[in-house]
Structure formats: C-alpha cells, structure tokens
Design a protein around this ligand. Sequence first.
Ligand SMILES: [Zn+2]
Length: 433
Amino acid sequence: MQKAILLIISLIFCTAQQAFAQQETTYIKAGFLYNSEQNTLQKNKVIAVKGNKIVSIGDYSTIPQNSKTIDLTAYTVLPGLIDAHTHVLFSQDANQDFAEHSMQMLTMESEALRTLRGSKRAKSYLDVGITSIKDLGNSGLFLDVALRDAINEGTIVGPRIFASGPIISATGGQIYGVNPAHQHLIDLEYRIIKSEADARNAVREHVNQKVDLIKIATDNIPNNSALSVAEMKSIVKTAHASGLTVTAHSITNQSAYNAIQAGVDGIEHGFNLADSTLTLMAKKNVFLVPTENSRAYSLIYNKLAGFDETDVEWIDNYLQRMKDRLKRAIAKGVTIIAGSDNYTDIEVTRGNSSKDMFRAYFEMRMKPLDILQSATYLSALHFNKENEIGVLKPNAYADIIAVKGSLTNDFLETLSNVVFVMKDGEVYVEKFN
Ligand SMILES: [Zn+2]
C-alpha cells in the first residue's frame, strides 16, 4: 500500500516536472525574419517557442529577463522550407533507364531495404533546412506512409513527410515496355484504375491507408495510356470529400487541360503548357510545380549519364523553353510552388540535390523572396496547411531555420549556408561560426 502511494507521488512529481519542462518558453532572436505571408524581411524580431509550437512573434523588448534564448541576431530566420515534390523511396543512377530500374527494384530490392535507404535520404532534407516534404509516389505499397509514421513517432529522424501513397494512374503506369504477362508487377508501385467506380475505390483505399494527399498521373508518357476526364473527376470528388488535395503529373498540354477540367488542385511538371491552359490555371487557382534543374545540375547529369560532354545544346534549349514557360506562367498569375522531383543520384545527398530547385528558379529569373514564398507559405496554403507549416506565426509548428548572408543580395550562397534547423521545437542543426 505504502509502495503504491510512493509510486503515485513519484508519478505526480515526474508528470509535474515534465509539464514544467514543456512549458518553458525559448526565445529565438532573429537579426532578420522572413515573413512568408507578407513576403517581406523584418528586422530584429523574436520568436517565442513553447513545446513544438510557436507562441508569439514580437520585438526584442518582449523577452523576459533570465529566459532561455537562442541568439540568431547575426542571421536571417525563416520558416522551415518545403519541397513539394520528392521521391525519397526511389533513386536511380543517371545512366539507368527508369522503367528497367523500376522493374529491377520491384523484384530484387526488399521493402525493408528500400525503406531503410529511404529513411537516410529523408533525413538529409532536415540537414539542409527542408523541414517538410510532399512525397509523391514511387514508394511501393505505402512505404512513404510508413516512413512518415516512423518519423512522427520518433523512431527515426527526418522531415515532416506528407505522403501520397501509390500514384493513381491508367493502365501501365509510368513503367513502359512491360509485357502483358508481367503487368501485375506494376500494381506494386502504382494504383492502376480501370473505371470511374474503380477510381473512387482507389481514393478510398488511399484514405484508408491515411495518405495526406492524392497524386495522379494524368498521362503516362512515354506509355501512351492516360486517365479520362470522367475518371479524374471521380478521383477529385472523392478526395475533396475526404479533405485531400489532388495533384497531377502532366507532360502534355492536353493531359494538363483535362486534369484542370476535372478539378485538380495542382499540376506537376507541366513542361508543355500552352498560354490558354496557363490562363485557365490562374482562373481556377490551380498551382504549378515546375520541377526543373539548374544548368550546373544538368551538366553533372549529362556527364554521369555518359552523354557527350561537349554537346550541351540540348540542355540550353531545354532550359530556355522552361524559362519561357515559367515566365509565361508567372505573367498569367499562376501560383508557383517549389518542388524538385530529384531522384537521380548526382553524388550529393538527396537534400542537397533537392535544393537545386532554388538555383533553377533563380536562373529563370524568379525573385529571391518569391522563390522563398513558393517554398513556404504558398506551398502550405495550397495544401490547407497554412496555419501549421511554412509560416512563422502563433500556433504554427516550430519549424524554424536560419541562414547566414543576405537573401536579397546573395541568394544562392545564403540559402546554402544553413546554420540552424529546428523542427517541431527540437534543434537538429546548430553550426555557428
Ligand atoms: Zn515526380
């Protein structure tokens, strides 16, 4: 009996101690603070953090005496960055064929090994200040959901993962050249739908597996199958009824147009969007995730793929077309959201590889703060998470990073100089000097 009472007392004491520790507020002093909603830099601000949330933003004068502070006065403080298009459970070498590599992986790599490899890639995002990723398929049978859960429960360290589960697509998926006898293997990587009713079922299965959003492949280029408008309508209606957004991989202009007619929330890639489609996107508030790479990245890819290193004309032509497309999209008022789609091993960490999207957008003449907004507030807003991530404001998660340098004068160098990373109120990176 006495033992029981002692146990209860010690339990109460421990709980009280824990509660006290959780209630301690940390004050982060920022030299500059990036306000992602207003898209402005503000001087000398302080962020109060309690537990895993931000409780207030104020001036230095609001810091109580003898409180715990983190001094970032020499740096610019931003919300943790978001990569809206990742594939952490997939990697290929530059000289590998996507379809052949996919088939080899699906038949010869265990799910356990694939997931463990994915967890290492996921962690590398946190190291470079990307605290949230939208992982859009090519992740086996919901291995992205498993990875997300392992991170959220603290089993492994990584960014917030918002998982789509298998990409919903028409016959064949994106894996081209597979004989009819082996088509069932595609089901290990894609959710192939056969009708409007099946489209509804597919979304329900995904909802049941607790995905965070729906990814579809509106076309399957170079496979020549594509979803119909009716099928996509069925997907969008079911997803929206469950509070999930739908984003569509699209290569051709026609498939993007069809997806927009069906009511999708976003277009991924959109390499061939016509002006009329961009106008429709702006009107219907459909975002675009341009997944281009910088010239430097393309040159490395060219070399690793074993192509003729003196022949860079195709790279320059491609980049010129993408620059023109991005310029037209912005001029039409289409919301741009930052996403890398980097899954080729270019001999740097995945997180570092993903950050190449910032260089690409910068080379395509997007303004530094606009690039940042596309990787923070706008990315969260178009995913109904604008009160949780991508912002520094009360009640948002304490996902906070700091960079050294001037974002407006020396954007790329500054963004690569991440000196501090906090996710969910916990510090993961601290390298001041
Ligand atoms: Zn992709």
